[in-house]
Design a protein around this ligand. Structure first.
Ligand code: FAD
Length: 366
């Protein structure tokens, strides 16, 4: 069996690794010069072990275990500096309950204790924060390198500068895959892990899968005092920030709908929104100058959960896409799940691509 995967972001390389470990021959086709050149290399690298849906929290845990296994130790891929949620007390209480349920170590910091841990919040609107020990910052370069090296060691072909331009299926479910400037390839199964471009490629393959793409901005700020011991995520205002390269990396959590070819350019509106959101949360930080800013694309399914496994309509076509805003936290686990799906395993219904079937449901006679 030969599987071709389109895309060498976290989704594609993790699916390739899962398949290669199970003895399958795999080729990964990537249009850029190196892996992780798309969203996987342009994100905030925050490991958020507690997600809104229980399924995503469980995937984050599994993701951590798989990365520990791949890189040998948690400190090899994660700077577990802790993540502090701020926001309305009611929301923090609910998160605290969820953290306990998920077995995650957390503590509530109030008033002076909060600002002692995080002086940047001095003068801010929230009297409380919820610290999660397991949160932190992922070393994207190490994860990318480890995934690629392990894939290659297991015999995976990782072909960069190989843009897929055509997909044709034959009877019996085999695929002919055209790439720019390279000979056509044949495959027994095709996995779309092309991030923002996945739906467009799906259309070429005859699928009607819908994905939505949104631009999100990141800015590297230069405040007077850049010391920030933890990642801060404000769940009410929807903004986050953390220390990075002697400055502070922050996002206004903007969601600008766009196409898959949108550029990484940043609008003045997005930077103004960042200033407005930071002001009530971390007033001094809001006064910082912007050293550099860029944007990346986040890809969502219609119910905002990832799309994994066999296409509802097209035989031998598989998905590992729609990783939304948590792909670095869950992508290795999702890729592993996609790999098992290619080999015939069932995917949890809330993640299965088949949940988007457009075929009319068959009536069951009483
Ligand atoms: C600004 C921002 C901040 C984020 N912050 C976080 C965070 O802090 N924590 C977190 O967990 N997640 C975060 N995310 C989400 C995370 O980055 C994504 O969920 C994840 O990177 C998606 O990975 P992917 O492999 O699906 O897509 P990508 O990384 O985009 O990979 C898809 C690959 O497919 C390739 N490709 C596309 N078309 C073709 C073609 N025709 N032929 C060949 N190759 C093709 C692309 O070049 C690309 O390399 C953030 C995202 C953004 C944009």
């Amino acid at each position: 069996m030969h599987v071709v995967i389109v895309g060498a972001g976290i989704a594609g390389l993790s699916t390739a690794l899962g398949l290669a470990r199970r003895g399958v021959r795999v080729s990964v086709l990537e249009r850029r010069e190196t892996p992780f050149g798309g969203a996987s290399g342009l994100n905030a690298a925050i490991f958020r072990p507690l997600e809104a849906q229980k399924m995503m929290t469980a995937l984050a845990r599994r993701n951590g275990e798989l990365l520990d296994e791949l890189l040998g130790h948690r400190t090899a891929w994660l700077d577990a500096r802790g993540l502090v949620f701020t926001g309305e007390t009611r929301t923090l209480r609910a998160l605290e309950v969820e953290a306990a349920r998920a077995g995650l170590r957390s503590r509530s910091w109030r008033g002076a204790e909060l600002t002692a841990h995080l002086p940047a919040l001095t003068g801010g609107r929230w009297p409380e924060g919820l610290w999660l020990a397991a949160g932190g910052v992922i070393d994207l370069h190490r994860v990318a390198r480890a995934l690629e090296q392990e894939c290659r060691r297991l015999g995976v072909e990782v072909a960069c500068t190989s843009e897929v331009t055509g997909l044709a299926s034959w009877r019996g479910g085999r695929w002919a895959i055209s790439t720019k400037g390279a000979p056509e390839r044949l495959a027994d199964a095709l996995v779309l892990a092309a991030g923002a471009h996945s739906a467009r490629l799906g259309e070429l393959a005859g699928s009607s899968m819908q994905l939505r793409v949104f631009k999100r901005t990141l800015a590297l700020l230069q405040p007077d005092d850049a010391s920030l011991a933890h990642v801060v995520w404000d769940v009410t205002t929807e903004t986050y920030f953390r220390a990075e390269s002697g400055g502070v990396l922050a996002s206004p959590c903007d969601e600008d709908p766009c196409g898959p070819d949108a550029t990484a350019s940043v609008t003045q509106d997005a930077l103004a929104t960042l200033g407005q959101k930071l002001k009530p949360v971390a007033p001094e930080l809001a006064k910082s100058t912007v050293r550099r800013a860029w944007a990346g694309l986040r890809t969502f399914s219609n119910d905002e959960l990832p799309v994994i496994g066999l296409d509802p309509d097209v035989p031998s076509l598989f998905w590992c896409a729609g990783l939304a805003g948590a792909g670095m936290t869950t992508g290795v686990a999702l890729g592993d799940l996609a790999a098992t799906a290619v080999l015939g395993a069932r995917v949890p219904p809330s993640l299965a691509a088949r949940r988007f079937s457009t075929a009319p449901r068959r009536r069951v006679r009483p």
